[in-house]
Design a protein around this ligand. Sequence first.
Ligand code: NAD
Length: 498
Amino acid sequence: MQTMTKTYKNLVGGVQKESSSNDFFEKYNPADKNELLGKFPKSNQKDLDEAVNQAKKAFEIWKNTPAPKRAEVLYKAAQITLEQKEELAQILTKEAGKPLVEARGEIQEVIDTYMFFAGEGRRIYGLTGQSELHNKSIITIRQPIGICGLISAWNFPSAVPSWKIAPALITGNVVILKPSKDAPMSGYRLVENLYKAGLPEGCASILFGSGDFGDLIVRHPDIKVISITGSTEVGKMVYETCGRMLKKCALELGGKNAIIGLEDANQDLLLEGVLWGAFGTAGQRCTSTSRLILQKSSWSERFVERLANAAKKLVVGNGLNEKNQIGPVITASHMQSIHGFTERAIKEGGKVMCGGKILTGGEYDKGNFYEPTIISSIKPNMELACSEVFGPVLAVIEVKDFEEAIKVANNTEYGLSLSIYTKDITLAMQAANRLESGIVYINAPTIGAECGGAAAFGGWKDTGNGSREGGVMALDTYTQYKTIYIDYSNKLQRAQID
Ligand code: NAD
């Protein structure tokens, strides 16, 4: 693997630039707190103004480049990403902790996303409509908006930026990316590779910084679109500012996702699905399964025991070691926050079926490792049933029937991903209709979003503001409509009057 430079610069319009702050933050490997992965600039207003000025000039060229030509950059970037797949996966595992197999999957998602939106370059459909008057046509087209500020979370440091960058660029916008300070390296490689793929200078920048710098991006008057992935708390603040400034804003926020297991479910399938949904990525996906809503049945009690036994066998450790199935959590303070949820759940009457502790000893002392944890006897209004933990902690809630299961599943302020396991098609479809979330899975866990035209990604309620990533719907964030009336009657025609 190529050794990474220890001190990063911003990549402004494609060129490496020191921050005028001359101040840095450090990023460590969550699996090994002695490993400093890099020092990154704490960007400031001056750095941002410079990137914006470059972006403004680039926008004039890029927006007038035919979309199929713009697509060529994305196709090429997909190819470069494929060539670098293993190296990029290693970087991702080092900075975000997820096991290599998952990191490879995330890089594949970047490739798929670039390919999909490159294809959109030959569509970006508008509408044609019928005029009420003779010899007149109406067409509505989509046009780019301008400079897009893209702010991302740490847990998908490659895929999530690509979900924003690809639809923004293909529709003719230019972008400024600010990755999370907890996973800044993958985004750097994404932007670097876009230039290797032929992106004209100025069309994309990456500037590093924390939330304060994110706020400067949101407030910049020349940045016309904000797309942010992060917590609901931060999303609400960002939305407020965007509202005051009448900026287009896409919010992809937190989740409190659940799998419903009905009494007729395929138990083995359910067990595998819950394990993967709850403990994949150490529970640090916005779609992670953090509640199992289990219908009381002849097998439900035994099932929770089986689940706990299976969770105990999951191998936790450094994601770079292929034998490990669950990586570290992102920071020591996040680990403490996760543990706090466990402790409070126990105080409220939760019964620990497995885990519940910070892992210590041997390699665990080097990083932030938390035991896969299952807590049963959770009631629908307890904290563990309602709040996002963002860690490997599963709450088991027992319900008496289908009606109660739907009610409990919807009993959260979030609405990202809900799932039901049943062999009864009637109940499966009723659930699909009544579950209050942007994504519903039937007989599959709450994680596993795909890339494709119909595969919109996003949530209801406090998970966002209705925007979608992935799917053709993502184009809505980055385009504005223009309706063109063409009158070829050669006379004045008055709508609603003649
Ligand atoms: P976070 O809200 O702390 O930070 C997200 C990003 O926002 C970071 O880049 C951060 O620097 C920036 N930020 C913080 N304060 C800001 C401000 N005032 N103005 C502008 N930017 C600001 O979230 P996190 O800890 O990085 O990520 C975890 C959260 O992200 C979880 O809640 C998770 O569910 C959510 N998430 C959602 C999705 C989704 O698509 N719905 C995907 C991944 C993660």
